[in-house]
Each structure stands twice: as C-alpha cells, then as structure tokens.
Ligand binder design. Sequence first.
Ligand code: NAD
Ligand code: MLT
Length: 310
Amino acid sequence: MTYTILVSDELAEEGIDILREHAMVDVNTGLSEDELVATIENYDALLVRSGTQVTERVIEAGKKLRFIGRAGAGVDNIDMNAATRHGVIVANAPEGNTLAATEHTMAMMQSLCRNIPQANASMQAGEWKRSKFMGVELNEKTLGIVGLGRIGREVAKRASSFNMHIIGYDPFISPDKAAEMGIDSMSLDTLFTKADIITVHTPLIKETRHIINEKTIATMKNGVRIINCARGGIIDEAALAVAVKSGKVAGAAIDVFEEEPPKDSPLIGIPNIIVTPHLGASTVEAQKNVAISIARQCLEVLGGGDAKYV
Ligand code: NAD
Ligand code: MLT
C-alpha cells in the first residue's frame, strides 16, 4: 500500500528520500490555514517544523490523517488536544537538534558579552570604535539555567568549561541529579536574584509563559543579561524591552519570538538586544538528524507500529 504524506515546512532531503521509498510525498511549504484545510483530506500524514500551525480545523479536515510529525522538539504549533480527540498520533524529533540549539545558545552568550554583532555592524559601516564595545568575561560569572532538560544540561557542560558557576531551576529534576551535572539547583526566585546571565530552556506551557516579566526582572541583579533560544512567550517581550532600555538588564539575546516572523516585536531595534530568526536548530547536521528521525517514525506509525517520541 502506498501512503500519501504532505511535508508543509522545509525538511532535509535525507528524510524525504526515506519517505519516498514507501510513500507518495508532496512538499508544499508556505500554505495558509485555509489552503491546508482544503488539501489535507488527501493525506495519511503531515510533517511540519515550526512554520505550519496545525490547528483543530486542519486536523478535523484531515479525514485520512493518522500521523503528524514535528521535525524538531517543540510541539506548541500543533493542537495536541485536537489530535488526541481525532485519534491522530503526534510525534517529534527532540534529540536531533539538541547540540545545534546548545551551540547557538553559547554563541549568543558570547556575542552578547562581547558585543560582536554590534561591533561587526559598526565596522561594516566604516567605523573603528574600540572603546564603545567594551565587554564582560564569562569567567567566574554565575549562569542561571531555567529548564535542565536536553539543551539546558548541554549548555551547563559547555559553560562549566568557561569556568562559570552554574545554578539551575527545574521542578522535575532533583537537586541530587542537578548536583551530579555540576549544577547548583535552587528555586526560581533565588536563581533570578543570583544570576549574572539567565538562559531559558523550557517548553512554552502555561507554567512557563512570561516567567520572565516586569516583576521577576525587578528581582534580578542590575546589569543581568538574558538569553532565550527556547520559545517566544517564555519572556514578556514588552517588559524585557523596557528593562533593557532602562539599563536594568544590560543586554539580551533572543532567537525566538511571541509571533514568528515578528511583526511588531518591541525587542527589535534596541542596540543592546541581539536577535536571530529562530536559528537554534539551523545546522546541516541537526536538520538531517530530525528529518531522518521523523521520516522513520512516520513510516513506522503508518505501518501499524509505534512512534519513538510521542
Ligand atoms: P527538554 O524537554 O529536554 O527539556 C525541557 C526541560 O524543561 C525539562 O527538563 C522540564 O522538566 C523543564 N521544565 C518543564 N516545566 C518547567 C518549568 N515550569 N520551569 C522550569 N523548567 C521546566 O527540551 P529541550 O530539548 O531541552 O528543549 C528546550 C526548549 O528549546 C524547548 O522549548 C524547545 O522547543 C526549544 N528548542 C528551540 C530550538 C531553536 O531553534 N531555538 C531548537 C531546539 C529546541
Ligand atoms: C525546535 O523546537 O525543535 C526548534 O524550534 C527548531 C525548529 O523549529 O526546527
């Protein structure tokens, strides 16, 4: 039997090749919700990254739909409740891009502390302003990691090699387990008061929405630096923008936004905030890994088996 699979966001060729051995595959990116609703009834499976919003309408219209695959970690663009109600299996590929997102976080941290993007822009504009771009070292700074899952703990490992003191908060990781990873675990409130740099690595769920906000920023050290390479919405963008402008927060590095692409994000256009367009997973290696993982899980489920990550 030949399955029909719609790939509605970019997926690495290695994954498409695996799918094509057993299925008819259409790659059709940039569809609106209405366009997706109009076409989804033809497919047994839908594969996405973060661009496609898989809403209840889309799932309802997918009369044959049995599998939704997310080539990456976050499933916040998929209506999980609707999928469950309609008996559609959802799987993701959370391991393939861990190191890419970790390395992007480290790159953002170093760029933030040494003003590299701003200095580059200045030199490209013909300037030579050495004193304007005085930085700070990572050495002996306290890094607060919120969320000690795959990425949070890989960031901890790398930050330790810079001789940073690592503190962390994760309600699902015991202090002993954190200590084994060289992380001093504490409450979120305490972490906020102690960290020189804060980086968030949680999913976006009700409990993590706007955990960095006007009130919590007020409890942080003056001159704290904040990084978000996890999900837009974990930080209240308006509150962060105000705090950076006032100097309370010395700078921020942001890869993910409440709305993507951002239309009116207050974080864009502020000199001490560096931004990248959701590039955390954008390495050749990570995209190959997640494409292969999600393609294999898709065929397994369509063949009557189980997904590895549900
Ligand atoms: P993970 O599931 O391995 O880890 C998430 C951790 O957050 C878990 O340990 C969990 O216990 C913890 N957590 C849950 N609720 C919490 C709370 N209220 N407070 C503190 N911690 C809490 O996920 P991961 O693979 O490490 O990914 C982390 C985030 O990064 C996700 O949002 C993912 O979507 C995102 N991500 C972004 C990119 C990118 O391109 N920028 C790439 C990969 C992953
Ligand atoms: C993820 O959750 O895996 C990332 O946001 C990366 C992506 O969208 O590819």
